[in-house]
Design a protein around this ligand. Structure first.
Ligand code: ZN
Length: 410
């Protein structure tokens, strides 16, 4: 390969527009919950577009759609994937870019009559968002052995509808033998969903890994009592203690390089203006790329709670309810994506993903890399989510170049 080839930006944009019409919201976004009628329409259209691009389409037991382009040899495939499902009133690019960008890579190979030594598989993962059936990323998680298919099948949405029934109803219950792979590598193109690339003035970024997350549920037991008759010195106010805890968590996040720390959920009892709050529950979220630092944050939370118990005469109980280990991508894949950036003509800024992706689980299956595209205002999971056509094409060009190298274009 001497002459640098480029993907077709207009065709990519038309493809994104075509899929954004399925589940389009009045505010310019998309609602396409996993295994909804809109998701089924988008899936059916994807299968059609994959077939038209010469891909052999198969559906597995989790509803994942895989389109395969054979290599000149039968070796393990280079998998390119992301998701077509969205959150409620989400954006046009979160997920769709990775699937339709991968399709554009295949179309560009076809345009130029290029073969690859290894096969290429384009994958649409089922239920990446976890907006309808929780938790998120279950289909790729099953590939990594983190969940069993039955765990996914039995999930129910808010209306009590079972995932397996929806999968059957829409005709997306396939065979286990049809799962993606075996894989030599997994690449995912995605919008950044954060402000780092915009701040740096760069269109694309090379992702070094997905941060780890710990959720701790803190239950604060104080003493409910009459607000008028209880002197300030004799109170055990659970909400006032929670306020101090929240402020301390925020400080911890600010003072730990690379960390973010949030209390995003809080409930109190009896939640009555005439009663000193007797019981508070809140969830503390810590994210960090380094496992030891992440664990240190969780340990610091225990100490903060002990101090507040002593100061305020309350009892804080901490229960860890969710841990997602940091998923660093291998240096070889990160370097390869960085080289692809340079080849495509963009500086290769490196950054971590603060959001979960299917790549996080695929990293347990095969060497994995991600490419981020600048998000306007760092916004995602929002109808206002936006990336310029130039930036979307830049990211897809990097995906194309990285694919040519790993799949060994001939
Ligand atoms: Zn996504």
């Amino acid at each position: 390969m001497t002459e640098p080839l480029h993907i077709n930006q207009d065709r990519l944009q038309a493809s994104l527009t075509e899929f954004a019409a399925i589940g389009a919201t009045p505010g310019g976004g998309v609602t396409r919950l996993a295994m909804s009628e809109e998701d089924r329409q988008a899936r059916d259209l994807l299968r059609q577009r994959m077939s038209e691009a010469g891909l052999t389409v198969r559906i597995d037991d989790l509803g994942n759609i895989t389109g395969r382009r054979d290599g000149t040899e039968p070796g393990p495939a280079v998998i390119l994937g992301s998701h077509l499902d969205t959150v409620e009133r989400g954006g046009r690019y979160d997920g769709a870019l990775g699937v339709l960008g991968a399709l554009e890579v295949v179309r560009t190979l076809n345009d130029h009559g290029l073969s690859t030594r290894l096969p290429i598989e384009v994958v649409n993962w089922t239920d990446e968002e976890g907006a309808r059936f929780q938790p998120a990323n279950m289909a790729s998680g099953i590939m990594a052995g983190a969940f069993t298919p039955d765990e996914l099948y039995e999930r129910r949405d808010r209306d009590g509808i079972r995932f397996l029934d929806e999968l059957r109803r829409h005709g997306y219950l396939g065979e286990i033998a049809n799962r993606p792979g075996p894989a030599t590598a997994y690449l995912e193109l995605h919008i950044e969903q954060g402000p780092a690339l915009e701040a740096a003035g760069l269109p694309v970024g090379v992702v070094e890994g997905v941060v780890g997350i710990i959720w701790s549920k803190v239950t604060i037991a104080g003493q409910a009592n009459h607000v008028g008759t209880t002197p300030m010195t004799l109170r055990h106010d659970a909400l006032a203690a929670a306020a101090q805890l929240i402020a301390a968590v925020e400080t911890l996040g600010r003072e730990t390089p690379g960390a973010v720390a949030t209390v995003g959920r809080l409930s109190l009892q009896p939640n009555n203006p005439g009663v000193i709050p007797g019981l508070v529950e809140c969830i503390v979220d810590f994210c960090h790329q380094d496992e030891a630092t992440l664990e240190a944050l969780a340990t610091r939370l225990l100490r903060i709670a002990d101090d507040l118990d002593a100061q305020r005469g309350v009892t804080m109980t901490i229960e860890r309810i969710w841990t997602s280990q940091p998923a660093p991508f291998p240096a070889s894949t990160v370097d390869l994506v960085a080289d692809a950036c340079q080849l495509a003509g963009y500086p290769a800024m490196r950054l971590w993903s603060g959001a979960g992706h299917d790549a996080m689980y695929m990293q347990r299956v095969c060497p994995t890399g991600m490419i981020f595209v600048r998000s306007k205002g760092g916004l995602s999971h929002s109808e206002a989510e936006y990336s310029t056509p130039d930036d979307l094409a830049a990211g897809t060009n990097v995906l194309f170049r990285a694919t040519l190298v790993i799949a060994e274009a001939i």
